[in-house]
Design a protein around this ligand. Structure first.
Ligand code: EPZ
Length: 420
């Protein structure tokens, strides 16, 4: 198993190219199930979750060809409508095939994804919405068996909670449904917006893109002609490297980034003392003097993203004063705290709130990654910890970061990937 060995650095310097967004790529790959043509997707990040979903589609009969900087997906030969446990257990976002497969074939079996480290991760809202669209849903032996022999019907869906993949699943199902579907309390994340935009360019009439109320005119089951497209930049990867610049008081420029997707993250970094130079597709963070403490509450987009919470807990250990970070979306997303405490961080947890008192000298040691974003928090801490830090179980990291250690090495970090 791989692990990362990192030394503390004085400062970093240089440019990092941001990859395509994992959380945009996953629904966009699932969307190709609705296509009658070969779809070319560029700017896909080289991360494990994307490979897993492409493998799932291949197992179901699709043809996937890897080109120089893009992937071509042809789901015409797709014939299998069962997403088996062996794949789904490794990536719960496989649930994103449920809506498209059901809409295209009228039946679908998907293994229940189960929870994950950060929480129980229910999918009740996905299933309830599909039932409202006329599907019959049964749970049998750990599988969701969904049927809609006459196709799905447009419905008036009101999500009790804002769900990112739930919104994506229902938007894709609604595209081929009979009649109009309204989704109220829809997720507004940029990843959902891109899915809606590509569907719209494929001939699906969608009103309210980017707002909390989406109105989709279903085409009654006709497959789509989906144009080639490029995946939007990964705002969470970008935010993570901005935190690397902030924690090491460095100047780093991020290229191929979409600044407007990072408003809430940039605002919090500015509150902590960071300054930026921003162009249409780049962000430069300038060396800051002393990090100030911060108050953060994670919420749905456009508010501060839960996927940046762990990174800011690590950053807050280096701020002069007391930071309060509240996690409102997931019930168990503070597993990085115990590992940071082992490095010397002064953090107290009270329910869903972490109180971080800084500035504390961190000491390098062996630490264990527990989930995707916790892994990147440990890397950030390792950049400023005295001595050497070994970060184990980085298969978590590899699910969502494309060549993280190489990108950090490229700006001067002393970090290498080794075998246990
Ligand atoms: C997406 O997960 C992201 N994953 C997550 O990123 C991200 O943390 C999350 O959205 C929130 O932004 C992908 O896009 C692949 P939700 P998702 O459904 O869609 C509750 C990362 O680090 N809920 O928006 O699974 C749920 O328990 C990953 O890249 C229900 O109760 O999250 C949570 O409290 C981690 N019932 C809240 O809604 C449901 O049916 C938000 O979950 C669905 C969700």
């Amino acid at each position: 198993m791989d692990y990362l060995k990192a030394q503390s650095v004085t400062t970093l310097q240089g440019t990092i190219n941001i990859s395509g967004a994992k959380n945009a790529s996953l629904p966009l790959i699932a969307m190709t199930i609705l296509a009658k043509n070969r779809v070319t997707i560029s700017n896909l990040p080289q991360v494990a979750d994307i490979k897993t979903l492409l493998k799932l589609l291949t197992n179901m009969g699709a043809e996937v060809s890897f080109l120089e900087h893009s992937v071509e997906v042809d789901t015409k030969p797709l014939h299998e409508t069962k997403a088996t446990y062996d794949i789904v257990k490794t990536m719960r976002a496989s649930i994103l095939v449920l809506g498209p497969i059901l809409a295209r074939f009228g039946h679908c079996e998907v293994s229940l994804p189960g929870g994950c480290a950060i929480g129980q991760r229910p999918i009740d809202l996905h299933l309830k919405a599909l039932e409202q669209m006329g599907a019959t849903i049964e749970i049998k032996a750990g599988y969701i068996e969904a049927r809609a022999a006459k196709g799905l019907q447009g419905a008036n869906i009101i999500f009790d909670k804002i769900t990112v993949t739930g919104t994506a699943n229902i938007v894709m199902a609604a595209a081929l449904a009979h009649g109009e579907t309204t989704i109220t309390n829809a997720a507004r994340e940029p990843e959902v917006v891109q899915l809606c935009e590509v569907l719209s360019e494929s001939g699906v009439e969608i009103d309210g893109i980017g707002t909390a109320v989406l109105v989709i005119q279903g085409n009654g089951g006709k497959l789509l002609n989906i144009p080639d497209f490029s995946v939007i930049p990964d705002r969470i990867e970008a935010g993570t490297y901005l935190c690397a610049g902030a924690i090491t008081k460095s100047e780093i420029t991020l290229k191929n980034v979409e600044p407007k997707h990072l408003d809430a993250v940039l605002a919090k970094l500015e509150e902590m003392g960071a300054t930026f130079s921003i162009t249409q597709d780049s962000i430069t963070i300038h060396p800051l003097q002393n990090l100030k403490p911060v108050k953060i509450i994670t919420q749905e987009y456009p508010a501060f993203p839960t996927d940046m919470q762990a990174q800011f807990v690590a950053l807050a250990t280096q701020a002069e004063g007391v930071s309060i970070i509240e996690e409102r979306l997931f019930e168990n997303r503070f597993m990085h705290v115990s590992e940071l405490q082992r490095m010397g961080a002064n953090i107290t947890l009270n329910g869903h709130t972490a109180t971080v008192t800084g500035k504390t000298e961190l000491s390098g040691t062996d630490v264990m990654a527990t989930d995707l974003r916790a892994s990147s928090a440990l890397v950030l801490a390792a950049l400023v910890a005295n001595g050497e830090t070994n970060i184990h179980r980085i298969y978590h990291l590899d699910r969502g970061y494309d060549s993280l250690e190489k990108k950090l090495e490229g700006v001067g970090a002393k970090i290498e990937r080794l075998q246990e």
